[in-house]
Write a protein that binds this ligand. Structure first.
Ligand SMILES: C[S@@+](CC[C@H](N)C(=O)[O-])C[C@H]1O[C@@H](n2cnc3c(N)ncnc32)[C@H](O)[C@@H]1O
Length: 235
């Protein structure tokens, strides 16, 4: 990993990477799948949302994205780890794999689902997590959904933080489960995993009929419901 890429990862990711044999890691997943284990819970959850296109954000070696593509979904993958991406490219050369920090990536199209599947956010550098969520939200098509699944461990993002970052990006929570098999979520604070689905907030009622207003100070702002008095003063 080069130094620039390194800044995008959390210390936990650097630690995991330093101790893992990627060949062994890749074959372990293949062996599990070949042995009939259920290894595609994430892909099944995402496919059930019936998207035409998915951005596999933090795709690693393409485990989730490749399975979605196999189900005829248009997939692109982004990851900052060149070694894992090389494996994704080898496993599915016809798919689009982009090496970039999720906080910075700019793809010239939008997706029905942007998925951060399998502990992506906890492995993003702490100071970039909000930016990653905001940038993922930017890549959502109208009506699109952001799907995130991760463990809830000390020092890892909490669901409250996640909802805050999403709120800042104009998204609201629409579904939450305790696992990819849609295990019921309960807010007792005892859950050790959360799968969350966020979508763009509907526009504020009346927002679309209001128009940009040049204020006395020379600035322009878009009026929202409740600003009618201001509008009358300007007329
Ligand atoms: C636990 S792996 C999950 C990989 C894949 N989603 C899966 O489920 O198999 C976490 C992934 O997040 C990626 N990642 C962490 N920080 C990132 C960042 N700032 N930008 C892009 N990818 C990042 C890592 O490189 C890694 O591939």
């Amino acid at each position: 990993m080069n130094e620039r890429a390194d800044a995008g990862f959390s210390p936990a990711w650097r630690e995991w990477r330093a101790g893992v044999d990627l060949d062994e890691y890749e074959t372990r997943w293949d062996r599990l799948a070949a042995g009939g284990q259920h290894v595609h819970g994430e892909a099944e959850f995402i496919a059930a949302l019936a998207p035409s296109s998915v951005l596999d954000a933090g795709c690693g070696m393409g485990r989730v994205g490749i399975e979605l593509a196999r189900r005829s979904i248009d997939v692109a993958g982004v990851d900052l780890d060149a070694d894992l991406l090389e494996r994704a490219r080898r496993r599915a050369p016809c798919l689009e794999w982009i090496e970039c920090d999720l906080a910075d990536v700019a793809i010239s199209r939008v997706f029905d689902v942007v998925a951060l599947a399998g502990n992506v956010l906890p492995f993003v550098a702490v100071d970039r997590r909000a930016a990653v969520v905001a940038n993922c939200a930017r890549h959502l098509a109208p009506g699109g959904r952001l799907v995130m699944g991760a463990g809830l461990r000390p020092g890892w993002p909490t669901v409250a933080e996640l909802d805050d970052w999403c709120g800042g990006a104009g998204l609201r929570l629409v579904e939450r489960y305790a696992g990819w098999l849609r295990e019921p979520w309960s807010d007792t604070g005892r859950a050790n995993y959360a799968v969350s689905v966020h979508a763009r907030r509907p526009p504020v009622v009346g927002e679309t009929r209001l128009r940009p207003l040049r204020l006395a100070a020379g600035t322009t702002r878009v009026l929202r419901l409740g600003d009618e008095e201001l509008l009358k003063q300007a007329e």
